[in-house]
Design a protein around this ligand. Structure first.
Ligand SMILES: [Zn+2]
Length: 290
């Protein structure tokens, strides 16, 4: 009699157990789903130039995907984005503007904002003392440190759960930049010659930070006039300049003429290279020879 009386009670217990099992299974499934980091869960961000890609990836690691608007080899003074790039940009959460007045941003920023009005705009040059009419702010490691700090702040605001991860990454990368800064400082303070001859005026910020003087061959984006060319040759001879620094994007017609005239070596370095630290080490080696 007792067991028959208990039967509905037993059924209820089994029913409750089944429900609990279903709940546990559902919870386990959804949590495990959340822990999987699929590529779609990366924060998509955009930037103008290639060096920013290394900066953003150094801080954001595997939590970010970077879209660069001016691709390798293209010139940010003249580049126009492709329709496929504009389509990709619509997925970006943040746009990291270089913010120093580069032509690409002057021409395109308003249009890019219209295409993706929800995209947060971050000025990477915030807290950097800008030089008038010179957008090449990233070419000094000291400025790169500030740019990386601005990137870290923005990523942390966007994704506060990973604050520790971003900060740790930033500190590691900044310590490499500080080492680079120390090397530039040491090498260049010992130099007697403080003048560098460059085709495209990309290195003024580097010169400001390490007390060099940049003589430029290109004038306002154009080849120099014969008079200017003669003046440059005269100055280079007087200062015993033995190296001419050119960027791959530069027009080099006048460079060979000057090199022949003053018996200088032409060295090519890309101020827009993606591998920033490695490239700046290369610049340091070049400057050791001035
Ligand atoms: Zn430039």
């Amino acid at each position: 009699m007792k067991s028959i009386n208990n039967l509905p009670m037993k059924k209820t217990r089994i029913f409750i157990l089944i429900i609990i099992a279903i709940i546990i299974c559902t919870l386990l499934y959804t949590t495990s789903k959340r822990w999987e980091t699929s590529p779609e869960e990366k924060i998509i961000v955009a930037a103008s130039i290639m060096p920013q890609k290394e900066f953003i990836e150094a801080v954001g690691g595997d939590k970010v995907k970077v879209i660069v608007m001016v691709p390798p080899g293209a010139d940010p003074h003249t580049y126009e984005p492709q329709p496929s790039q504009l389509k990709e940009l619509s997925k970006a959460k943040i746009y990291f503007q270089i913010g120093s007045g580069i032509e690409f941003e002057k021409t395109w920023m308003e249009k890019l904002k219209e295409l993706n009005p929800n995209m947060k705009i971050i000025n990477c040059s915030e807290n950097i003392k800008l030089m008038k009419e010179d957008p090449h702010v990233w070419t000094s490691p000291r400025n790169a440190i500030i740019i990386v700090e601005n990137i870290c702040k923005a990523l942390t605001e966007e994704d506060p759960n990973n604050k520790g991860y971003y900060n740790e990454n930033m500190e590691k990368y900044v310590s490499r930049l500080e080492k680079l800064d120390g090397e530039f400082n040491q090498t260049l303070t010992e130099k007697q010659n403080k003048k560098i001859l460059v085709y495209h005026p990309a290195w003024a910020y580097l010169c400001r930070d390490y007390k060099l003087e940049q003589i430029t061959i290109e004038k306002e984006g154009k080849e120099p006039s014969p008079q200017t060319l003669a003046k440059i040759i005269q100055e280079a001879k007087k200062d015993n300049i033995k190296i001419i620094i050119v960027s791959p994007q530069s027009n080099k017609q006048s460079v060979q003429a000057i090199a022949d005239e003053i018996d200088a070596k032409i060295v090519t370095i890309d101020p827009l290279a993606e591998n920033y630290i490695e490239n700046m080490e290369k610049m340091l080696q070049i400057l050791k020879g001035i």
